[in-house]
Design a protein around this ligand. Structure first.
Ligand SMILES: [Cu+2]
Length: 295
């Protein structure tokens, strides 16, 4: 952890100059590498940023090893039938209609294949759908056509709109982030269990970050949940994934995963209440007091 820099930033913040706050805010933005974004010509999934997504990538690869041989086998059977069992090659067809051993085999073998697959996918599904004890709880609301974020423990609330092409640089993004970057972002601490409550205010939207391996429909009148725990600091992009109307393509999602101290400093800057509920707050407080004492 970059303790010295964090401390300097916190101390200047305590001094309370608006300039120092602006500089600190910018430093957070520029420090963060973009880790979760689509790349041109990409064939596979995005690099996983959570344990859930690592598991999904593994499952995806494992299934390819099963579906690949099955596809080759079925294609070979079709070719074999076409070549050797057409009217010219085989003018007198066999007359039998049943073959019990074969029928048992083509019923039982797929059952075992499905049981094998299920023994990995069902536990993975449970890991996604059973919520851990939330260390950070964020309520996300889909609107036509932007996202609203609410840090329910801290009374912090804001909306998130897509950046136009000519605004990207001003916010520290590049042109390739058009349709992905937003003016404000969901900020989360790395290494903490974040539970996101997803809903919508008008029509059905869907909140997703591909690198996190999460996707959840936001349905008006209902509160669904998803969770993730981000491995590394970075910027991660997603896009609304449920056709929600004319500007469906223009309500992207930006998540900034930051070190804990930056997360608390950000909350503080947003005027958060109940800061003590933020994960790692005691440590953060201790670090500030230490820095002040050394001054
Ligand atoms: Cu939408």
């Amino acid at each position: 952890m970059n303790l010295t820099k964090d401390l300097t930033r916190l101390v200047t913040r305590i001094a309370g100059t608006a300039l120092a706050m602006a500089v600190a805010g910018q430093a957070v933005a520029q420090d963060l590498p973009v880790r979760g974004e689509p790349r041109p010509g990409e064939m596979g999934l995005q690099d996983p940023a959570t344990s859930l997504m690592r598991e999904l990538v593994w499952l995806d690869n494992m299934l390819l090893w099963i579906i690949g041989p099955i596809t080759v086998f079925v294609t070979a059977l079709i070719i074999w039938v076409i070549v050797f069992h057409n009217r010219r090659a085989n003018p007198v067809p066999a007359r039998f209609t049943h073959n019990s051993p074969l029928e048992v085999a083509w019923t039982v073998v797929p059952i075992f294949i499905l049981i094998f697959i299920g023994s990995f996918t069902v536990p993975a599904l449970f890991r996604q759908q059973i919520m851990p004890e939330a260390e950070v709880t964020i309520k996300v609301t889909g609107y036509q056509w932007f996202w609203g974020y609410e840090y329910v423990d801290h009374n912090v609330e804001f909306n998130s709109f897509m950046l136009e092409r000519d605004e990207l640089e001003e916010y520290g993004y590049e042109q390739r982030h058009y349709l992905l970057a937003t003016d404000t972002a969901m900020v989360v601490p790395v290494g903490r269990d974040v539970v996101v409550q997803v809903t919508a205010a008008d029509v059905i939207h869907a909140w997703t970050i591909p690198a996190f391996g999460v996707k959840q429909d936001g349905v008006p009148g209902r509160l669904a949940e998803l969770w993730f725990n981000v491995d590394e600091p970075g910027i991660y992009f997603g896009q609304c994934s449920e056709l929600c109307g004319q500007a469906h393509a223009f309500m992207p999602i930006t998540v900034r995963a930051v070190p804990e101290a930056d997360y608390i400093a950000w909350l503080e800057g947003e005027g958060a209440e109940n800061l003590a509920m933020a994960p790692g707050y005691d440590q953060y407080r201790g670090a500030i007091e230490l820095a002040v004492a050394e001054d």
